[in-house]
Design a protein around this ligand. Structure first.
Ligand SMILES: Cc1cc2nc3c(=O)[nH]c(=O)nc-3n(C[C@H](O)[C@H](O)[C@H](O)COP(=O)(O)OP(=O)(O)OC[C@H]3O[C@@H](n4cnc5c(N)ncnc54)[C@H](O)[C@@H]3O)c2cc1C
Length: 800
């Protein structure tokens, strides 16, 4: 790991070069006049830190304090004489992010902190993928290249092994950066961009005018002198105990909106993985009761880690320090790579505030940012990325209102709306869920061993919901844009609009569902999914954009709702609804499905009510198909014809339905049957290909293949089972339920089955149905998609 010394030097050089010309001088102790007329004293020794203020086990300080530098600091008298565009209180991630964004826009901004920097801060130091994209935007990622990279999250369930949740994208990664380094980097960047900084300056109170609008802060320097700073906007980024939020009456935090966390640094770690390791569940001292808490071990370098515990509920009669000591014992006892760990330096604890509510995030002249606004994830305890993002939003709002001449109360309203739109659902849900139901722990516990796509998705969603609202990625979906040839149609705009609608709809109530695959890997990608088929077929007529987009949105919601419901543990469905001890993953799957179906109904009823009955009856029929599948589970003597009939009624319906709806939208009744035929055969070709692909996978599964482990036997399985050699293997599989062994045993038979080319038969029938369509881009595209359903080949990419 690069030492802090080197980091400081390189950053200081870069920072200096970015200073406004008039601030760059020859004698660092001379006062300078900034471009905005503020006289600022430079202080060459400002960054020296007393050795006692750094915990021994923290980042490598190389035995020295950080380099002194000559970036100019604001003095109280000069700062008081200025009228600022923004006064930012607190130079943590939230405050510095706001300062960077404002200074970059040429705003006159001052940042104050009660501490001298660099300063340590109680934290796990874990920065997830969404934090990385914020840091990149702020321009400090390049200064962190030597910090510990992580590839995702590993969750350990005590006594049940672990699961890895790796970031999927090519450039996705996380970091573990000691806050001593991270916060200093951010602050330096803010100053380099032109923000003034005044350390050892503690804000005591707000200054308001006669209307109650906040016009500044009164603060106290370490030597006892007071200073009053005035300006257009106060941005309070003063952390979880925010004095300014309290002064403004914005902090009536319910007791449940608090948690506590404590961390320490350890050395003596063995070979730990480059992952953020989370250990669940933690129990009380008697080791009997599950606590709404978690432990973590985040690697900070060779043999060292940041370890800690978070307790999400203060009401629990548990002391976080006792929990921490217990956790160290568990680490040493149960995890060989941590058996030799020793605490180095002091431990630090702090409150976790996750009581965010948009109406308590701003007042006229005052915007709260990060922890001050209660923006810590109630799911995971993550707060850095929320602080960075809310800081940027506060800055953008302030800048916009200054530019348009809007009053500070307008900025407060705008900011509250923006934050609400971005985070409200996520926090409301998280608060309720983690508080009342210990939701995350239960879902994880109940789905830990399940490979069902819906359980997988829900597990990821509750555990790593960071990235809420970002474009969703899915490794499952291919980009089929080169196959689509309708340049005269606004397909890209339509699909983007549908994706945005879907995200908006679920983000409000069930934000973790934004991780579902609404879109594709990239914003410009065209994924092979129901909305694509609906839009393409609707282009056969002249359909109003609003109507076809609403229909596509309702269809996607219904489709996802069906997938969520149909993924629950098949045969035990009855138990799930009747039995109070049922599986939490299944319960969540049912709730999710119901919610999505209700939303599908709502969207459809508003903008395309005539299509709703078709969607509902297709859903009902698909459900019947599903029930029929479940009734015949684990029956190797099911005939191939019966299995294909089930597929036709169940999943293939979601290929037929979009084509049917497209024909209805386009008012092409004469093409309705042909398009339904096309859709159904396309679906069969696609699904049978999935089943064949699953034969070559050790787990015997692909996201859309028949689920062997639930006894839903695919056509190739049935064919193999009904053959001579395969019969014995199938019987063995049914008694051992070991798909990998079964697949190995029947590999010869399956090669033969593949040669029978069943998917190709349905592909050809799909293409044949297209002969009724007029020649043109739509027919060509549908035909190419039918080819893709079997070949899974997409020619070289053509950007839409
Ligand atoms: C033990 C623990 C572990 C955590 N682990 C993680 C993790 O691994 N990943 C993650 O993303 N999040 C984690 N968090 C949450 C994360 O630390 C916070 O969400 C994040 O620091 C919020 O940033 P902020 O800028 O809002 O506030 P802070 O980082 O708290 O910064 C507030 C600043 O304001 C200053 N200040 C306070 N009052 C005044 C005043 N009156 N006048 C002037 N200055 C003032 C303080 O000195 C401080 O510099 C953890 C929290 C705890 C307690």
């Amino acid at each position: 790991m690069r030492t802090f010394r080197v980091l400081s030097r390189s950053f200081a050089i870069r920072a200096r070069s970015k200073l406004p010309k008039s601030w760059r001088g020859t004698n660092p102790r001379q006062p300078y006049r900034s471009s905005r007329g503020l006289k600022i004293m430079c202080c060459a020794t400002r960054w020296q830190t007393s050795p006692g203020s750094l915990s021994k086990g923290g980042p490598d300080m190389d035995g020295h304090g950080p380099l002194a530098d000559d970036l100019p600091l604001a003095t109280p008298s000069e700062a008081a004489a200025e009228t600022w565009d923004a006064i930012i209180v607190g130079a943590g991630p939230g405050g510095s992010a706001a300062a960077i964004e404002l200074a970059r826009r040429g705003r006159k901004v001052i940042l104050i902190d009660r501490e001298d920097f660099p300063r340590d801060k109680s934290c796990g130091d874990g920065i997830t993928r969404s934090g990385i994209s914020q840091l990149k935007r702020l321009g400090i990622l390049s200064a962190l290249t030597d910090q510990q990279e992580v590839e995702g999250v590993r969750v350990h369930m005590r006594n049940r092994g672990h699961r890895d949740f790796r970031y999927e994208g090519e450039n996705d990664y996380g970091l573990v950066v000691p806050r001593l380094i991270l916060d200093d980097c951010l602050l330096r960047q803010a100053r380099a961009e032109g923000a003034a900084f005044m350390p050892k300056c503690r804000a005591d109170d707000l200054v308001t005018d006669e209307s109650g609008t906040v016009t500044g802060v009164s603060a106290r320097m370490q030597d006892g002198t007071t200073v009053v700073l005035t300006g257009y906007m106060v941005i309070a980024a003063d952390g979880a105990a925010s004095r300014l939020a309290k002064a403004a009456g914005l902090r009536e935090t319910p007791e449940q909106g608090y948690g506590t966390a404590l961390r320490g640094y350890v050395d003596g770690c063995g070979d730990t993985p480059p992952l953020l390791e989370i250990m669940l569940p933690l129990t009380d001292v008697t080791d009997r009761y599950l606590l709404p808490s978690y432990g973590w071990a985040f690697p900070t370098g060779k043999g060292t880690a940041n370890v800690g515990v978070g307790l999400f509920c203060r009401a629990f009669d548990t002391n976080v320090r006792t929990l921490f000591d217990q956790f160290l014992d568990v680490l040493r006892k149960d995890y060989p790579e941590y058996s030799g760990i020793q605490l180095s330096g002091t431990t630090l604890g702090a409150p976790l505030r996750f009581d965010f509510a948009p109406e308590r995030a701003a007042n006229s002249g005052l915007l709260l940012v990060g922890d001050a606004a209660g923006l810590i994830s109630p799911f995971t305890g993550e707060g850095i990325s929320f602080a960075l993002e809310s800081g940027a939003l506060a800055a953008q709002t302030t800048d916009r209102c200054l530019r348009t001449g809007a009053g500070p109360w307008v900025a407060a309203d705008d900011y509250a709306l923006l934050l609400g739109d971005r985070f409200a659902g996520y926090f409301t849900l998280g608060n309720r869920a983690s508080r009342r139901y210990e939701f995350i722990w239960r879902v994880l516990d109940d789905t830990f061993e399940s490979e069902k796509p819906v359980h997988n998705m829900l597990r990821r969603a509750v555990l790593v919901p960071e990235g809420t609202g970002n474009d969703v990625e899915s490794a499952m979906l291919d980009d089929v844009s080169p196959l689509v040839r309708v340049p005269e149609m606004p397909l890209g705009d339509d699909l983007r609009d549908v994706g945005a609608r879907l995200n908006r709809i679920v983000r409000t109530d069930w934000p973790f569902l934004t991780r579902m695959s609404f879109a594709g890997k990239r914003a410009d990608m065209v994924a092979f999914r129901p909305s694509l088929l609906l839009l393409l077929t609707s282009y056969l007529g002249d359909v109003e954009a609003k109507r076809r987009r609403a229909a596509a949105t309702a269809l996607e919601l219904a489709y996802l709702g069906f997938l969520a419901q149909s993924g629950i543990r098949g045969i035990e469905v009855a138990a799930v609804t009747a039995d109070a001890t049922a599986n939490w993953g299944d319960k969540l799957g049912i709730l999710t499905g119901d919610y999505l179906l209700a939303k599908a109904h709502e969207v459809g009823a508003r903008d395309c009510p005539d299509l709703v009955p078709e969607i509902l009856s297709a859903m009902a029929s698909a459900c019947e198909g599903r029930v029929s599948e479940l009734r015949t589970a684990w029956q190797p003597d099911l005939t191939v014809e019966m299995r294909i009939a089930q597929m036709r009624q169940c999943m293939a319906a979601f290929f037929r339905l979009p084509c049917e709806l497209g024909a209805m939208l386009a008012e092409k009744n004469d093409l309705l049957n042909a398009l339904c035929d096309y859709g159904e055969n396309l679906g069969l070709a696609y699904l049978l290909t999935e089943d064949e692909l699953a034969l070559d996978r050790p787990s015997g599964s692909t996201p859309f293949a028949s689920d062997l482990s639930s006894g839903l036997f695919s056509v190739p399985f049935l064919k193999a089972a009904q053959g001579q050699k395969g019969g014995a293997a199938a019987r063995a599989f049914i008694s051992h339920r070991d798909p990998a062994r079964f697949l190995a045993e029947i590999s010869q038979t399956t090669r033969h089955i593949k040669r029978q080319q069943l998917p190709e038969k349905y592909r050809d029938q799909a293409i044949e149905a297209l002969s009724f369509l007029p020649q043109g881009g739509v027919a060509k595209s549908l035909s190419a998609l039918a080819g893709y359903a079997v070949s899974r080949q997409v020619p070289k990419r053509r950007v839409l």
